[in-house]
Design a protein around this ligand. Sequence first.
Ligand SMILES: Nc1ncnc2c1ncn2[C@@H]1O[C@H](COP(=O)(O)OP(=O)(O)OP(=O)(O)O)[C@@H](O)[C@H]1O
Length: 338
Amino acid sequence: MTAGMTPTPAAAAAPPAEAPVIELKGLTKKYGATTAVNHLNLTISRGEIFGLLGPNGAGKTTTILMMLGLTEPTSGQARICGLNPAREALKVKRKVGYLPDDIGFYEDRTALDNLIYTARLNGISREEAVVKAAALLDKTGLSEHAGKKVGAFSRGMRQRLGLADVLIKTPEVIILDEPTLGIDPEGVRELLALISALSRDEQLTVLLSSHHLHQVQQICDRVGLFVQGQLIAAGDIRSLSEQLDEDGNYYVEVGVKEWLEPLDKAISALEGVTEIRRPAAGNRMEHGPIATIVCDRDLTAQIAEAVIHSGAELFYIRRKEYGLDDIYHRYFERREES
Ligand SMILES: Nc1ncnc2c1ncn2[C@@H]1O[C@H](COP(=O)(O)OP(=O)(O)OP(=O)(O)O)[C@@H](O)[C@H]1O
C-alpha cells in the first residue's frame, strides 16, 4: 500500500464483495449452422433461486451442459464456484448437483440403496453414507419409502429422490432441469416448497430450468427469459414488469357499479391521467364493470378519492402489476411485432 493510504477502520471492516457463484460471459454454443446459445451474460449470487425460462429449443439444456463441463462452449466462458467447467469439469462436479429431467436410478434397488450408492461414488464412507441418506430421505419426505424399490416410485417421488441424490454430496449449487415435469399439482407444490426451503436454510444456489411460468414465479428470486439462445430479459418479477412498462405508464384498474359522466370527468381532471379505457363489454366483475386508467405516475389513491367524491360506488381498485405470464407473452408479442 502507498504511504499515507492507511484504511479507515470502517473501510478495513467492510466485508469483501462475494464473487458470484455462477458467472457466464459471452457464452456461445453453435451446432453447425444452429446457434443454440448466443452470447449469454449472466451472474447468479449465493443463495439465489434463478429460473431459466424459455420455450422448447431455447437453449436452456445446452447452457446447463456448458456450465457442467459436459459440452464445450464455442466461445465465451462459464465460471461456476470460481471454476472453469471446460477445464475443471471434475471439480465442478464435486460442487454442483445436477438433476436432469430423466434421472436414472437402479429400479430394482431401494431408495436408500440408491442414495448410498451415489454417496459411495462421491467418496463418502459407508457409515456416513447411511446417516446422510437417511437424513435426506427424511428431508425429502421419503422416509417411509426408504425400503421400497425405486421402480415402484411415482414421478413425484422419483423427483424428490432425485433431489436427495444431488444433495448427498453437499453441493454448493444445484441445477434442476424441468424438475416438475409430469408431476401432479400437489407433488409440484411439495417439490417447490422443498427447493425453496433448501435455498433459504442452507444458502444453496439453485438454477431451475422450466417452461412453467407460474411455478417459476412462486419460488424464484430472479427469472431469465430465454428465447432462441438469447437472454432477452432478466430480473425479479417487479423489475421485469417495469421493463415491460418501458413506456413509463402506470395502469390502475377501477371497478364501479356504474360508469357515469361525473366520474369520467373527475378522473379526466386528475393531473397525470393520460387515458381512460372505459369499461368494455365483458370486462366486468360480479358487482359491475372495470375500467383501466392509464397514468404517468401511480395515482391509485387519487383515483379512489375522485371516484368516491363523484358519488360512484367503488368496489374494486388496484394498480395492475404484471405476472410472469403477462411478461412472457408481452415479450413474445413485441418480438413478433418487431
Ligand atoms: N447435440 C446437438 N446437436 C445439434 N443441435 C443441438 C444439439 N443439442 C441441442 N441442439 C439444438 O440447439 C437448440 C437448443 O436446444 P436445447 O436442448 O438447449 O433447448 P432447451 O431450451 O433445453 O429446450 P427444451 O425445453 O426442449 O429442453 C435447439 O435448436 C436444438 O435443436
